[in-house]
Design a protein around this ligand. Structure first.
Ligand code: HEM
Length: 486
C-alpha cells in the first residue's frame, strides 16, 4: 500500500515537472526534455559540442535545450550570434544570476553583473587600459618586461623540453598583476603559485556541476561539499587584494596613477552622480574579475599556438622569416610592427580560431521579451552564444577543418579578418580584455620565435591537437622542445 502511494506521488511529481518543462508558445524548438534532467543525459560531458552541432543541423541556428528545469536558447553560427549580440544588443546583454557566484562575489561582482554598476565599471576599466598609453609604464612595456622573463626561462631549457603550461599561465597572470596591482612576481615565488592555484581552483568550481547543485538545492549549501572550497579560495584571494589596496593607499599620489588601483582611487574622488558606484568593495570585485578573466584564456591560447607551430614547421619558419625581415637588428618588437607582419598576424588569428578557447562564450540573458528569427524569447531567458560554431562554420572559412593561416590572408597575401572570427564574442559585452590579449599574443609570439625554434620532442609521442572541453578549453598537456636560433 505504502509502495503504491510512493509511486503515485512520484508519478504526480514527475508529471508536474514535465508540465513545467514544456516550451512556451513559439519558443525555439529542441529535443524533448526528461523530468529533472532536462536534456542533460543526451550530452557526453567530455564532448558536448558534437551534440550541439547535431541539434543545430536538425533544428536550425536558434534552438533550445533544457538543463535541469531551465531552458537555454542556443545561438549557432556567426549571423545569428551577431544579430542577437550586436543588432539587438539592448535585449541580449543581460547576465544570468548564478546564486553561488552571487553569494561569493557580493551580488555577482561588477563586470559580470548588469545595469549601471556593470556599464560604469566597464567604461572605467576600458578607459584605464587605454590610458596606460605609451612610455615606461605602458601596457606594451609591461608585456615586454614579462616577455623578457619568459625568454630567460626558455633559455634555461634550451636543448631540452618542458611543459609550457605553468610558464604561460604565470606570464599571463603576471601581466594582469602588473596592470592592476603595479607589480609582478617571480615564477618561483610560493606565494604567487598559491594565488594562481587558488584562482584556477575557484574557476573550476564555479563552472562545475557543483555550482548548479548549489543553485538548485538550497539545503545542501551549508554542507562541506566542494563548492565550499570556492568560498574559501575567494576569501584568500580577496585578502591578498585588500592587502595590496591598503599598501597603495599609503603611497598613492592623486592624479599620478601607477596602475589600475591608483586609477580607481582617483575615480573615487570625482564628484559625479556615479560616485556611489565607485566604492572600495566594488574596486576589490573589479580587480578580482580582471584577475580571473585574463589568465586562463590567454595562456590556453599560447599553449595551443605553440603546439601548432611545433607540428607545422614550415609555418613556423615562414613566421621567423617575416619577423627577421621586419625587425632587422632592432632589439625589441613593438605592437605597431604587426601592420608589417600579415603572415604572423594570420597565424595568431588562426591559432585563436582553432584554440576555440571560450566555446560557449559567457552566458547572456534577455533583458526584455524579444524575438529572434521569428521565435519569441521571454525576458530572463538564458542565451548561449555558441562561438565555437562560428569559428568552424562551413562557408565562412576557406579551410574550416584544418590549421591554415590562409583563412586570414587574401590573394595578395594581405591580412583579412572574416566576420565569423569571434573568439572574443561581439557587441557591448565583447571581451573587455580583447586589446590586451591581442597585444600579449603578438609581442610574446614574435619575441619567442625570434630567439627560439620550437620543436616537437623526439620522445613526445604523437601530437594530439584535440581540445579538452571546458568553460575555457585547452589542448592536453604536452612538452615543448626549445632550441636557440643562431
Ligand atoms: C568576457 C574571451 C582575454 C577580461 C569575455 C567573453 C569572451 C572572452 C568570449 C564573453 C563575452 C560575452 O559575454 O559576450 C577571451 C579570450 C581571451 C580573453 C579568447 C584571450 C585570448 C581576456 C583578458 C582579460 C579579459 C586578458 C583581462 C582584462 C574579460 C572580462 C569579460 C570578458 C572582464 C566580461 C566582459 C563584460 O561582461 O562586460 N572574454 N577573453 N579577457 N573578458 Fe575576455
Amino acid at each position: 500500500m505504502l509502495g503504491t502511494l510512493v509511486l503515485l506521488w512520484l508519478g504526480i511529481f514527475l508529471f508536474l515537472l514535465f508540465i513545467t518543462m514544456r516550451r512556451p508558445k513559439n519558443f525555439p524548438p529542441g529535443p524533448t526534455p526528461l523530468p529533472l534532467f532536462g536534456n542533460l543525459l543526451q550530452f557526453n560531458p567530455n564532448a558536448p559540442l558534437k551534440e550541439l552541432d547535431k541539434l543545430s543541423q536538425r533544428y536550425g541556428s536558434v534552438f533550445s535545450i533544457f538543463v535541469g528545469g531551465r531552458p537555454w536558447v542556443i545561438l549557432s553560427g556567426q549571423e545569428v550570434i551577431r544579430e542577437a549580440l550586436v543588432t539587438r544588443a539592448a535585449e541580449f546583454t543581460g547576465r544570468p544570476d548564478q546564486l553561488m557566484v552571487s553569494h561569493i562575489l557580493d551580488n555577482n561582482g561588477v563586470i559580470m553583473s548588469a545595469g549601471s554598476k556593470w556599464r560604469e565599471h566597464r567604461r572605467f576599466a576600458l578607459t584605464t587600459l587605454r590610458n596606460f598609453g605609451l612610455g615606461k609604464h605602458s601596457m606594451e612595456e609591461r608585456i615586454l618586461e614579462e616577455v623578457k622573463h619568459i625568454c630567460e626561462h626558455l633559455e634555461r631549457h634550451a636543448g631540452m623540453s618542458m611543459d609550457p603550461q605553468n610558464l604561460f599561465h604565470n606570464a599571463a597572470s603576471n601581466i594582469i598583476c602588473s596592470i592592476i596591482f603595479g607589480s609582478r612576481f617571480n615564477y618561483e615565488d610560493d606565494y604567487f603559485q598559491t594565488l594562481i592555484d587558488r584562482m584556477q581552483e575557484f574557476n573550476k568550481i564555479v563552472i562545475s556541476p557543483w555550482a548548479m547543485i548549489y543553485d538548485i538545492i538550497p539545503p545542501v549549501r551549508c554542507l562541506p561539499l566542494p563548492f565550499r572550497k570556492a568560498f574559501e579560495h575567494y576569501e584568500k584571494l580577496r585578502a591578498h587584494i585588500l592587502k595590496v589596496v591598503a599598501e597603495h593607499k599609503n603611497s598613492w599620489v592623486v592624479g599620478k596613477p601607477r596602475d589600475m588601483i591608483d586609477y580607481y582611487l582617483d575615480e573615487m574622488l570625482k564628484v559625479t552622480d556615479q560616485k556611489k558606484l565607485f566604492v572600495h568593495s566594488k574596486m576589490v570585485a573589479l580587480l578580482f574579475d580582471l584577475f580571473l578573466a585574463g589568465t586562463d584564456t590567454t595562456s590556453n591560447t599560447l599553449r595551443t599556438l605553440s603546439l601548432y607551430l611545433m607540428t607545422h614547421e614550415q609555418i613556423q619558419e615562414r613566421c621567423q622569416q617575416e619577423i627577421d625581415m621586419v625587425l632587422g637588428s632592432r632589439e625589441h618588437v613593438s605592437y605597431e610592427d604587426r601592420h608589417a607582419m600579415p603572415y604572423v598576424q594570420a597565424v595568431i588569428h588562426e591559432a585563436q580560431r582553432v584554440s576555440d578557447v571560450v566555446p560557449l562564450s559567457v552566458f547572456h540573458t534577455t533583458t526584455a521579451n524579444t524575438q529572434i528569427r521569428g521565435y519569441s524569447i521571454p525576458k530572463g531567458t538564458l542565451i548561449v552564444p555558441y562561438l565555437s560554431s562560428a569559428l568552424r562554420e562551413k562557408g565562412q572559412w576557406k579551410f574550416p577543418d584544418e590549421f591554415n593561416p590562409q583563412n586570414f590572408l587574401n590573394d595578395k597575401g594581405e591580412f583579412v579578418k572574416p566576420d565569423a572570427f569571434m573568439p572574443f564574442s561581439a557587441g557591448p559585452r565583447v571581451c573587455l580584455g580583447e586589446g590586451l590579449a591581442r597585444m600579449e599574443l603578438f609581442l610574446i609570439l614574435v619575441t619567442i620565435l625570434r630567439r627560439f625554434r620550437l620543436v616537437w620532442p623526439e620522445d613526445g609521442g604523437v601530437p594530439d591537437h584535440s581540445l579538452i572541453f571546458g568553460g575555457t578549453q585547452s589542448v592536453k598537456p604536452y612538452c615543448l622542445g626549445v632550441q636557440l636560433r643562431l
